[in-house]
Design a protein around this ligand. Structure first.
Ligand code: SF4
Ligand code: SF4
Length: 330
């Protein structure tokens, strides 16, 4: 069952994060921005195919000048929308995006300004805090996403203090291994798991942690549903198979997405999801989040408990904020 579309609106970025391959700007120089017309046509089809969530991703998605129109279009079709941004450009788009993004995430990699800017190799720490203020003033309820690495996991208590101060939720995103980057080591996994346990305003997908403890995806008994639950679209208007991070093949969208999904090639990738040699040990969060959407295995059960906590927490906070802003208006 299809659930999610990861729509790469651009591969370009304005930061140089040490853990991300999009930091290599030369590699993506001159790559296109997704066309709005293609986006609309694809999204209309995806909704008919049952896709409920769309992640407008990149690169840095706010480099796309029509990102607000994309979000508006998807929202108009009753999709749940999400954007993760380094916040450098948020102030420019904030008003246009208000009310169109269900899950707005600002990336913060450290509680320390110097460390965050060193990791991102650009001065963007203060933009995160300015963006939180702007977003809240517009009635938005952003989250802070903390990509935890082997160098930063011990900063969790300070990151927790920041979200408590701003009354937000901290999304803990354990770094995963791809394109030669190392994933989270066992010591860090244990620390993160223990620290996050039982804390209401921290979201950590427990399924991710269990998967890491078990050595990642097992090609003999795969838990990955990257092809059956996710459609990945590139700025070139192609479907990427089986997943962005271990792209094996792209199919240009020159016919309907339904036809493409019914093709032999697509079916092959669906049959092989999580079974390729390169799938052994995989922990790419972007695909395991939707893979764990239904309680079909122990990872999914662990994941759903965390998701329920996140959803509940967020709903309560949003309600409180609306009530509070109404009182302020009155
Ligand atoms: S801002 Fe995001 S896309 Fe850009 S380099 Fe950093 S992690 Fe990668
Ligand atoms: S296991 Fe990992 S590499 Fe293999 S298809 Fe799934 S997400 Fe891609």
């Amino acid at each position: 069952m299809l659930l999610l579309c990861n729509y790469y609106v651009t591969y370009r970025c304005n930061a140089y994060c040490v853990f991300c391959h999009f930091a290599d700007h030369d590699q993506f120089k001159g790559t296109p921005y997704a066309s709005l017309a293609d986006f609309k046509s694809n999204v209309k089809q995806l909704v008919k195919l049952g896709v409920k969530f769309i992640d407008l991703t990149g690169g840095e998605p706010l480099l796309h000048k029509e990102i607000h129109l994309m979000a508006e279009f998807a929202k108009g079709l009753k999709m749940q929308t999400s954007i993760t941004t380094n916040a450098l450009l948020y102030s420019r788009f904030a008003e246009k995006l208000a009310g169109k993004i269900d899950l707005l995430h600002f990336s913060l990699d450290s509680p320390d300004e110097e460390e965050h800017n060193r990791i991102r190799k650009v001065d963007c720490y203060n933009s995160v805090f300015e963006s939180i203020k702007i977003a809240k003033s517009l009635g938005e309820y952003p989250d802070i996403i903390f990509t935890v690495t082997n160098n930063t996991y011990k900063k969790l208590p300070q990151m927790h203090a920041i979200v408590q101060k701003y009354d937000l939720v901290l999304l803990v995103n354990p770094v995963f291994s791809y394109f030669g980057n190392p994933g989270l080591n066992q010591k860090a996994v244990d620390y993160v798991d223990e620290y996050c346990n039982g804390k209401m305003n921290i979201y950590l997908n427990k399924g991710f942690m269990k998967l890491r403890r078990d050595g990642g995806n097992d090609i003999k008994n795969p838990s990955c549903k990257a092809v059956s639950r996710v459609v990945v679209i590139s700025p070139y208007n192609e479907i990427i198979l089986p997943c962005y991070h271990f792209e094996n093949e792209t199919i240009p969208i020159d016919k309907s997405i339904k036809e493409i999904r019914n093709s032999e090639k697509y079916k092959y990738y669906q049959k092989m999801e999580g079974r390729f040699d390169f799938c052994q040990g995989c922990t790419v969060n972007c695909y395991f989040e939707p893979s764990f959407a239904f309680p079909t295995n122990l990872y999914a059960v662990a994941s759903l408990t965390s998701k329920f906590k996140y959803g509940y927490n967020k709903l309560i906070k949003q309600k409180m904020q609306k009530k509070f802003s109404k009182q302020e208006v009155n």
